[in-house]
Design a protein around this ligand. Structure first.
Ligand SMILES: Cc1cc2nc3c(=O)[nH]c(=O)nc-3n(C[C@H](O)[C@H](O)[C@H](O)COP(=O)(O)OP(=O)(O)OC[C@H]3O[C@@H](n4cnc5c(N)ncnc54)[C@H](O)[C@@H]3O)c2cc1C
Length: 389
């Protein structure tokens, strides 16, 4: 006899776990399937390679999920300003939290810290069960329920199965949902570095024709970097000896933070835009990277995923009747697709605009940056939109 739930969520990453907590808050019976147990956290651990710039809207969702307290107790670094400039001219723009009357623009947090805090919140809810390590093997859709078999052989039944299982989503593939992909031919090189000059609690981003380079501030004067490069160049930089890599990196940031004095492990991730069509089928919904991945240049990937989780939880909460029906799920897809498409296209537009070396484009983007920088109202409307306030 299968164990009964209202919702089964495949994937207990940042997005799936947020959704589980929000649904648990309103008394639904939820099962979360997570393939990997994240490594326990110790404050003496070096910073992880994978970090996210968490917007105010995502922070609010994590507060509601009961997880922000666990994030703050581990470690999170607020950033108070953001400085963006173009390597090919004098265009620059600066956002300050103080000008918005806010204490910060957001927080830089390790993905593992967010996931661990969410898993604590899940374990504190009697109506949410975590199956970990375990994963979805198969499912079958019946007229009034969906039956899910786990790799361990356990069988579960629910009204709705949510695919929150990341970019390679098995739920999406098993359901036969189509995917539009755009291979950028680029990789994101990530590592944690120490710099000669303090980062001033500022996120730094330099746009170069090859791709943007971001320095995100962490505690102890460290910065997490995301350097977008053509794939072969990124692979070569991962293999380069430390001293030469530090020289190349300092130069790429135009020595704004002086020399790079130490560098940790380096890794490069392929960058690919993806969009599922549709996000939903009868008794199935996709959220987060399972539904869409975008270029990391504005650090919005997980923030969009958390918005999906908040919206799907709200639609389920206010639904009358069957929460796995197309009527309820369509309202979720209608509410989220437009925002996700717009953000994905905007990131692709920025990438192409800043990657263009023709003089008219250089003039356009440099004068555009300077113009927006002087237009206080427009500039702060942009900042508020990115922060979700
Ligand atoms: C270089 C780089 C930098 C980035 N920087 C930022 C940033 O600054 N800010 C930002 O917002 N975003 C950033 N992103 C994007 C962000 O990392 C992703 O959008 C985010 O991790 C998506 O979260 P998710 O929970 O949807 O998926 P994932 O993080 O992929 O989680 C999926 C989970 O599902 C589990 N799983 C997979 N398959 C199964 C299965 N069959 N059964 C059970 N469990 C399963 C996995 O173990 C995993 O825990 C960046 C991405 C890259 C590549």
């Amino acid at each position: 006899m299968p164990t009964q739930y209202d919702v089964i969520i495949a994937g207990g990453g940042m997005v799936g776990s947020t959704l589980a907590c929000l649904l648990g808050n309103v008394g639904l019976r939820v099962a979360v399937l997570e393939a990997h147990q994240p490594q326990a956290f110790s404050p003496s651990d070096p910073y992880d390679l994978r970090v996210s710039a968490i917007s105010r809207a995502s922070q609010r969702a994590l507060v509601n999920a009961g997880a922000w307290v666990g994030v703050a107790a581990r470690r999170a670094t607020p950033y108070e300003a953001m400085f963006v400039w173009d390597a090919t001219g004098d265009g620059e723009i600066r956002f300050d939290a103080a000008d918005l009357g806010e204490p910060d623009l957001g927080h830089i947090v390790e993905n593992r810290v967010i996931q661990l805090a969410l898993l604590d919140a899940i374990n504190a809810q009697a109506n949410v069960d975590l199956y970990c390590p375990d994963k979805l093997a198969t499912f079958s859709v019946n007229p009034d329920a969906i039956e899910v078999t786990l790799q361990s052989g356990t069988v579960l039944q629910a009204k709705l199965l949510v695919g929150a299982d990341g970019a390679q989503s098995e739920v999406r593939q098993l359901a036969g949902i189509g995917l539009e992909t755009n291979d950028y031919g680029q990789k994101g090189l990530v590592c944690v570095v120490q710099t000669e000059f303090p980062h001033q609690e500022t996120a730094w981003q330099r746009f170069m024709p090859n791709g943007p380079l971001a320095f995100l501030p962490l505690g102890g004067g460290s910065c997490s970097i995301v350097w977008t490069l053509p794939a072969d160049r990124a692979d070569a930089l991962v293999m380069l000896d430390e001293a030469s890599f530090c020289r190349e990196l300092a130069q790429a940031l135009d020595y704004r933070l002086g020399e790079i004095t130490a560098v940790g492990e380096r890794a490069a991730f392929s960058l690919r835009g993806r969009h599922a069509e549709p996000y939903i089928l009868e008794r199935i919904a996709l959220v987060g990277d399972a539904a869409h991945t975008i270029h990391p240049l504005a650090g919005q990937g997980v923030n969009l995923g958390i918005k999906d989780a908040v919206e799907l939880a709200a639609q389920i909460h206010q639904a009358h009747g069957d929460i796995g029906s197309l009527r309820v799920l369509r309202a979720y897809e209608r509410a989220r697709r437009g925002d996700n498409v717009l953000t994905q296209k905007a990131m692709e537009g920025f990438r192409l605009l800043f990657g263009n070396t023709l003089t008219p484009w250089k003039i356009l983007r440099n004068s555009g940056l300077n113009l927006v920088n002087r237009m206080g109202f427009l500039k702060y409307e942009m900042a508020k939109r990115a922060m979700g306030i």
